[in-house]
Design a protein. Sequence first.
Length: 610
Amino acid sequence: MSRLSIETPGRAETVVEGLYRDVERRISASPPGLCPVDMALSFLRLSHAQTCGKCVPCRIGLGQLTELLESVLDSTATPETIDLIEKTARVIQDTADCAIGYEAARMVLQGVQGFRDDYMSHVEHGRCLFGWDHPVPCVALCPAGVDIPGYIALVRAGRYNDAVRLIRKDNPFPTVCGYVCEHPCEARCRRSMVDDAVNICGIKRFACDHATDMTPPPCAPSTGKSIAVIGGGPGGLSAAYFLSLMGHRVVVYDQRPQLGGMLRYGIPDYRLPQEKLDRDIEFILSTGIEVHTDTAIGRDIEFSEIENQYDAVYISIGAHNDKKIGIDGENSVGVHAAVQLLRDIGEGRVPDFRGKRVCVIGGGNVSMDATRTALRLGAASVTCVYRRRISDMTALNEEIEDAQAEGCQILQLQAPDHIEADENGHVAALWTRPQVIGPYGSDGRPRPYDADAPLLRTPCDIVIVAIGQAIDARPFAQVMPLERGKIKASSDAFVPNTPHVFAGGDAVTGPATVIRAVAAGKVAAANIDAHLGFHHVIQSDVEIPAPHLTNLPACGRIELHNRPFEECVGNFELVKCGMTEQEVQQETSRCLRCDHFGYGIFKGGRTNKW
């Protein structure tokens, strides 16, 4: 009888596994702006190396595609070569025996179709259409274009006031974003090639928590122009801030008692304390902005009156309306819209959920806010119901993890069917239809479909609906074009067929993130300024420290930790703790200073202006 032995990875297997992890990190850290032809060729070679070689499309076809792409990069190709690349990729995609060949060809086909101009530029000019405007990955992925390596270097040097001043050159809400930004900048941080992305958001929060200078930058001389901003949320106030710095007279109109929009009436205090929000707003208003709160367009003042009174108007209303789910029992007593619930709490009308069983419908950040809020209101249990998988939820992973850690149960692959009410019309249970995850849709996510299984009954006393938000554009419907309930505006924020009206943020795109609203306000401010015949430049005189020429070994990422949930029950005090000085020093030292090394050298020096 032959002896069996326990298999253990050999040295070669261990090395290969390490190489795979290295490749994964490098792919995840691939910055925007890389040559799409070069990137396609690299992935194609990797895929070709993984094929078994049994079928002709993989063995021969992928090799031919490789040679064709190489000829494009070598500038020996012709326009006909690009057509041949497309034709060859389509044939391989249709005839390959396995997913390796099919997916490799599909990747090349999508690339040549989506970046045809880049391919033609290689053929005709021997180079790609690479742009040098934002070569630093984190800066390129920040919608507001904040100089991230610059303020990280300033925090490392202990110059917190200067760090915040540098951030405010592009983003007047540094404190808010330090607490609730979705930090897209971290997605392509090149530090991921070494270990893990730098905790950029945590560093920003530390800088804002330790900065003491609240002196606003000087405004340009008065232009004599006046601009109305409708909406006092992050987008409207950002536009107002930059326009005020440019020397224009700015007047903000908001329908709520206080400024802040969804920052105040949609984000719970345990994530964003009111005093932190007020700090940013006070700084913005200190530039000389006039404010009219409790003023609704169409109720207290007509839009035509504003349009005739000002040289330009910027509409930046938020998505404050809830979306109905459209199921039986939705009007039962105990059914709440998440947006309205969070707004009521923001205005001081706090419901009592003590001892209640709560079901939350939805999988976005608002649903997680509603879920964690219900727990703080004393709910006995909270169940979040989502029709897709947890991995498909649009909420931030950290928000999902925190909700689960605090005791929320997430019921995935369950689509709401109807709400059961008792004889008094009060919610008694939520009935859901089990789902099976299916093919991918146009949004890049797999779509669920009904499973061959009976409905599931979840007893509950409260149902919170958090399936989306909508804007109320009715006051503007008679004077400007609308599209699917949103204001139709061009990429420069100008509203067609109007003399001087601009719109941006949620009013145009639908619900988006805080940093995208800030970016929309920044773009609108620049274009309104140009529309009025000016070309003001926002700049900063902050001097950025030189990079440290050190060889930094791999080092773990500093994560912010939460207070124990037992301390959070019954109150809305801040739950996430910031970094210590020791932690921020370590985290800032992990920055690779891509603004000085790598593609950053092509910037030709920092100007600190836009």
